[in-house]
Design a binder for this molecule. Structure first.
Ligand SMILES: Cc1cc2nc3c(=O)[nH]c(=O)nc-3n(C[C@H](O)[C@H](O)[C@H](O)COP(=O)(O)OP(=O)(O)OC[C@H]3O[C@@H](n4cnc5c(N)ncnc54)[C@H](O)[C@@H]3O)c2cc1C
Length: 453
């Protein structure tokens, strides 16, 4: 090609921002389209009276390397880093107990873990060593042949139910609160190898700010919805925007949810791809963000509710304010997130009813909490997290094979999103990087065939 190739990226969530960032650094002519008025997707936030309101605890781990490096590349290391350490805690019989789950000794001390089962944890390093590079964090397809049983089946067989409930499920699901009886054991194994000993922290600013800053350094078009993608005669793609405008490009990265991707790319997809998209399942999230007149904790505290506690809550994050931070100094913020099951059942419930129920659930461990609330917001997302159930990694492997085949035939359409990597910001960003790598390999004719590795 004797001109700079033109690439469209659809969706300015972290996957799309990551793809557009890498592509523009590689010298492509990139245009990023976002249908909402602001970039960020599920990482966006709003600030009300000095409180950053996000749909969930915006925790990041020291293992989220791609994300941390990107924060520096975007130019916000001083605003967002270093992370403010978050203390982990678990609810046990209506009491909050601080824990240190970063090594096996700390895990064995988690309240509610049966001693005999805790002792079996010594098996874990051997198991992990046996799985080797099938747990590569950037290549989820490699975990396909570990994707044969659920986290609950695997964990109960090797360790015991209390280990699954108190440690394995919270580690595997992070912010996503899925069901250990359905989730793939590969999700836990991949998380353990990357995040096992890592520290969790809070960024000092908001992720919405990160998305906005990155987008401002790219050719970003907010308020532009892509309605359809079609093949152009010869090579490349034609993009149809809401309102009737069209744009011809050499390649497109589609970084939106699986159902939306299937819809806009429908004319170009094979039946295998359509089936693959149709099988991606999402769990909803329902969160109460409560601005507090006092901090309620001396340091950021993330409280997990094991399933066996029978609460509507999955996690609660208490964030004390600091000067120049995300919450006013001397005040606090609580993010109370419901379990996926509760969220599914109450997705359409009135705000008042949701808030009342979640506050009551939290008052069981923090009596008097409601008196500290200044104002509150219920935040919901119908497609909160993609589920990584048993079979998901095999699906990803199949999907990647089809992508390799389509690329060989000259189709210049690429997909990115957390559903292809990991249900997290870091996962979304990495999926964007992978898509950008594939575009680069194809359009610049490099020998790297990223998707087939
Ligand atoms: C409540 C909640 C809490 C979370 N907490 C954490 C956490 O603490 N830590 C963590 O690591 N992860 C967390 N996550 C997960 C994380 O937010 C997601 O994994 C990640 O943001 C997904 O990014 P994405 O780019 O794949 O998708 P999205 O963020 O969904 O981005 C897709 C974008 O595409 C746009 N779009 C869709 N269709 C079109 C179209 N036709 N044309 C143009 N634009 C379009 C959308 O508006 C959106 O902006 C949380 C998610 C939720 C819902």
């Amino acid at each position: 090609m004797d001109r700079t190739p033109k690439v469209a990226v659809v969706g300015a969530g972290l996957a799309g921002l990551g793809a557009a960032w890498r592509l523009s650094r590689a010298g492509f002519d990139v245009a990023l389209f976002e249908r909402e008025p602001r970039p960020g997707g599920r990482a966006s936030s709003e600030t009300v009276d000095g409180y950053t309101l996000e749909p969930v605890a915006s925790t990041v781990s020291t293992a989220d390397r791609a994300l941390l490096e990107w924060i520096a590349e975007v130019g916000l290391p001083d605003e967002l880093l270093p992370l403010r350490p978050v203390i982990a805690a678990v609810v046990h019989r209506d009491r909050v107990v601080e824990i240190d789950p970063r090594n096996l000794r700390g895990i064995a001390r988690i309240p509610g873990l049966r001693r005999i089962q805790a002792l079996r944890l010594v098996r874990l390093p051997r198991l992990i060593a046996r799985f080797g590079d099938r747990l590569d964090p950037e290549r989820p397809a490699r975990a396909a042949d570990l994707d044969d049983r659920s986290l609950a089946d695997f964990g109960e067989l090797y360790f015991g139910a209390s280990v699954v409930d108190r440690w394995m499920a919270p580690l595997a699901f992070g912010a996503s609160s899925a069901d250990a009886r359905e989730s793939s054991r590969a999700l836990f194994l991949r998380r353990y190898t990357t995040h096992g000993g890592a520290r969790v922290g809070l960024p000092r600013g908001s992720f919405g700010e990160l998305a906005e800053t990155a987008a401002s350094k790219l050719a970003t078009y907010t308020g532009f919805e892509v309605e359809r993608l079609e093949l152009r005669r010869g090579t490349g793609l034609r993009m149809l925007l809401r309102g009737g405008r069209t744009l011809d490009v050499d390649a497109a990265v589609v970084a939106i949810s699986a159902p939306d991707a299937a819809r806009i790319a429908a004319p170009i997809l094979s039946s295998a791809e359509r089936d693959g998209f149709a099988r991606v399942r999402y769990a909803p999230t329902v969160t109460l963000a409560a601005a507090l007149r006092r901090p309620f904790a001396s340091h950021p505290l993330e409280v997990r509710y094991p399933r066996s506690e029978g609460s509507a809550l999955a996690t609660a994050l208490l964030e004390p304010g600091v000067s120049g931070g995300r919450v006013p100094d001397g005040h606090g913020l609580a993010l109370l997130r419901a379990t996926a099951e509760w969220g599914r059942a109450h997705l359409e419930a009135p705000d008042d009813a949701v808030a009342k129920h979640l506050v009551e659930a939290f008052e069981r461990v923090h009596p008097g909490f409601r008196n500290a609330v200044l104002f509150q917001r219920v935040l919901r997302a119908a497609r909160g997290f993609p589920c990584f159930d048993v079979g998901r990694y095999r699906e990803i492997a199949r999907f990647e094979e089809v992508q390799v085949d389509r690329r060989r035939r000259g189709r210049r359409l690429y997909f990115a999103g957390d559903y292809l990597m990991d249900p997290s910001w870091n996962g979304a960003l990495l999926s964007g990087y992978r898509a950008a790598e594939a575009v680069r390999a194809d359009l610049y004719g490099e020998a790297v065939d990223a998707a087939s590795r």
